[in-house]
Design a binder for this molecule. Structure first.
Ligand SMILES: NC(=O)c1ccc[n+]([C@@H]2O[C@H](COP(=O)([O-])OP(=O)(O)OC[C@H]3O[C@@H](n4cnc5c(N)ncnc54)[C@H](OP(=O)(O)O)[C@@H]3O)[C@@H](O)[C@H]2O)c1
Length: 336
């Protein structure tokens, strides 16, 4: 008899990790332009816990609205089980990975099956297992869209200025703050791929991890503040962001740029006086860019570091791990 239900983690209310419930729900049907994916692994990302706690960290005017219950999650790696009649380029049995429907927050990947827009998917790099592939989509595409190619014209909900990556080469020095986390470790590797010199900022436990990924210099932010020890930087990618981000402007040379990945607070008069630009963007699903990143992953040019894995039923423990901070790479839920 065909299966009609699946296990999925759902939110019935907003709150701490304890509100993640392991439920039995109907298997979704793929709509036009979609494929049904049997999920093997689901990567977790900060927006998952922002959604869980009701987006309290966002200003009320940019807070998306949700109806509950909702299945969280945006990132997956899995196998195509069914394909809508209008979908080309994917067939049953294909191994795929993707960042689904972001920034709509209805990716619903904490589940055994997901109806996924085909345009959000790419073929999984053959050399990666599902856990590593599931760690790549959101964090990898964020680093890609900030540093390599934006790929869309949607304005950021947090900043009017249009984001544009800046050229990176052997003459460029890039400082990456929050370098050990999901976005930071991909950004470091993409900047190295482009030939740039990279200064990685993180807590001391990550030094050898980051040097192994290619960091030329390392700053332990618990011992010294980057703005006190480095200057004349071309580009700061700040994967920590927030109100404290503007202190990093002091590391930039005139003509330099700062990319806050989490929105920060900047004073236009100060940036004009320093002769620097500050732009950001919000990552968007993009299967074609993921295929480009997938080629670098397959070649081993870019690696996915796994902080930890948890079974889907233990999503609560995965969110508790995230809340303790100091993440090195990605936290991934194992599903199939
Ligand atoms: N704009 C977008 O579309 C977009 C997309 C994805 C993510 N984001 C945002 O970007 C941020 C990073 O996301 P993520 O997935 O990379 O998060 P993550 O995996 O949790 O990584 C955060 C990293 O920051 C480090 N960190 C914490 N405080 C620090 C400090 N004061 N100085 C330097 N490093 C510090 C942490 O380790 P240590 O403290 O041990 O060094 C950790 O490795 C989040 O705020 C997320 O919401 C934005």
């Amino acid at each position: 008899m065909p299966k009609h239900t699946m296990r999925a983690v759902r939110l019935h209310e907003h709150g701490g990790p304890e509100v993640l419930r392991y439920d039995e729900v109907p298997i979704p049907q793929p709509g036009p332009g979609e494929v049904l994916v049997r999920v093997h692994a689901a990567g977790i990302n900060p927006p998952d816990w922002y959604l869980r706690d009701g987006m309290s960290n966002l200003p009320p005017d940019v807070r998306p609205k949700f109806s509950l219950p909702v299945i969280p999650g945006t990132d997956l790696s899995g196998v195509v089980e069914a394909v809508a009649a209008d979908v080309e380029g994917f067939s049953i049995g294909n191994e795929v990975f993707g960042l689904l429907r972001f920034p709509s927050f209805d990716g619903s990947t904490y589940a055994e099956y997901v109806a996924a827009p085909a345009s959000d998917l790419a073929l999984k790099p053959a050399g990666l297992d599902h856990v590593h592939a599931a760690g790549a989509p959101m964090a990898g595409l964020t680093a890609w869209q900030f540093l390599i190619e934006l790929g869309h014209d949607h304005p950021s909900p947090f900043q009017a200025a249009q984001h544009r990556p800046v050229p990176l080469d052997a003459n460029t020095t890039v400082l990456i703050n929050g370098a050990a986390g999901g976005v930071g470790h991909f950004a470091l590797q993409l900047a190295k791929w482009k030939g740039a010199r990279v200064i990685a900022v993180a807590s001391g436990a990550h030094e050898w991890f980051l040097r192994d990924l290619g960091a030329d210099e390392f700053i332990d932010y618990t011992k010294s503040r980057p703005e006190d020890v480095v200057h004349d930087i071309d580009l700061v990618l700040d994967a920590v962001g927030g109100p404290d981000s503007k202190r990093l402007l002091r590391t930039l040379k005139r003509g330099g740029s700062q990319f806050p990945v989490f929105f920060g607070e900047f004073d236009e008069e100060e940036t004009l006086r320093l002769g620097v630009t500050v732009t950001g963007t919000q990552v968007r699903s993009n299967g074609a860019q993921l295929a480009d990143l997938g080629r670098l992953l397959d070649a081993g040019t870019v690696r996915v570091a796994i902080d930890s894995t948890f079974a889907l039923a233990d999503a609560r423990a995965a969110h508790e791990r995230a809340a303790r901070g100091h993440i090195q790479g990605k936290i991934v839920l194992t599903v199939a």
